[in-house]
Ligand binder design. Structure first.
Ligand SMILES: *Cc1c(COP(=O)(O)O)cnc(C)c1O
Length: 355
């Protein structure tokens, strides 16, 4: 790839820790690969990126991002195919979305050669960390934060972009019970809901904690104005199967434009499933579960691919969904996507990026 020639300063670790990786027992987000990428933007000029041994970074307590939250991230995955080649899935989509988030948070734009070129070089160096095996992957976390040392509220003049990588394993979980949230909101029109910015996740923790105390694993967010329409769920977009059709809220400024969401819609169309992107009233889905026309509700995101819900809690009542089977649409979509991103079947969509 043309990005391969980019100038990156590389300092390799003296002692790899890859023997700490047990592909049969991976807990998410706790173990990091041997190296990380660091690139600084100083007064609008990107400096030569560096790949360094993974480790702590020291900061001045007046670091702007710690106080005012100019901080964004991406989440993506790399896989190993049968021939031990490392594959990324639709990385250009994450790159574009990263810069959309950066624009909204008034942060520097990251050049493609640093974002994509950095991912490729890191994956070449740490390829031994990409675990093989069903449902295993290497989770990739590019992020950027304001690095001015200044307590005034204004856009930072300096930014640090980094990439860290962490092995991810099988997602063992029983289908969650989710609560339709009608008091707190995740995002409002004109706000930052469509940006993957740190504060969106901080503000979701308290309502999620209250729901957990009532026995719910997840929240299903509704619109900020009427609380009548579904938005999304946690770090996933939400999809419904009604009368055999796949229905999902249309994207807007209040919804994160998921790459899994887009991928599943394209896969469904290729399977001749009818797809609707529109406003989805809570009442329509609750009624549909009660009368049997709504057969599946699931979350869609990089981490879980698809996560079918067991029940939806609304106004103090739980509405149970039928059990998921091998023939469920969510299962078929999940399998189709997994087969493509792990290189098991030919990629006719142009989604797989060989490192
Ligand atoms: C990341 C994220 C998603 C899913 O996006 P993918 O690109 O599919 O991983 C959905 N909603 C929110 C709020 C997110 O942060």
């Amino acid at each position: 790839m043309e990005t391969a020639t980019m100038n990156i300063k590389i300092k390799l670790t003296e002692q790899s820790r890859v023997n700490q990786l047990d592909p049969n027992n991976i807990s998410f987000g706790t173990l990091f690969t041997d190296h990380m990428l660091v690139a600084d933007c100083v007064n609008g000029e990107w400096q030569t990126p560096e790949i360094l041994p993974y480790g702590d970074i020291a900061y001045n307590p007046a670091l702007a991002s710690l106080h005012y939250g100019q901080s964004i991230f991406e989440g993506m995955k790399a896989f190993k195919n049968e021939d031990d080649e490392v594959l990324m899935f639709r990385p250009l989509e994450n790159f574009k979305r990263f810069n959309i988030s950066a624009e909204r948070m008034c942060m520097a734009q990251v050049p493609e050669e640093i974002f994509i070129g950095g991912l490729e070089e890191l994956l070449r160096i740490d390829s031994a960390w990409v675990p093989k095996g069903e449902d295993n992957s290497l989770y990739l976390r590019p992020f950027m934060f304001a690095s001015d040392v200044y307590l005034g509220v204004r856009p930072s003049q300096n930014y640090r972009f980094m990439i860290i990588m962490s092995p991810a394993g099988k997602y063992y979980s029983t289908p969650p019970k989710v609560k339709v949230e009608t008091e707190y909101i995740r995002a409002a029109p004109g706000g930052v809901g469509y940006a993957k910015c740190a504060g969106n996740y901080a503000s979701s923790l308290y309502p999620a904690k209250l729901a957990a105390e009532q026995g719910y694993t997840q929240l299903l967010w509704t619109d900020a104005i009427e609380h009548k329409y579904f938005e999304e769920s946690g770090t996933m977009n939400v999809m419904f199967v009604k009368d055999g059709k796949l229905i999902t809220p249309a994207v807007s400024t209040t919804i994160l434009k998921g790459i899994t969401r887009d991928t599943l819609l394209q896969l469904a169309k290729s399977m001749n499933i009818e797809v609707e992107e529109r406003r989805v009233p809570v009442a329509e889905i609750i009624e549909g579960i009660a009368n049997g026309s709504v057969t599946e509700v699931f979350g869609a995101g990089t981490a879980v691919v698809v996560s079918p819900f067991a029940a939806i809690g609304f106004e103090g009542r739980d509405y149970e969904l039928p059990a998921i089977t091998e023939n469920s649409l969510s299962t078929r979509l999940k399998n189709a996507l997994n087969d493509i991103r792990t290189g098991k079947v030919a990629d006719t969509f142009g989604w797989v990026w060989k490192v």
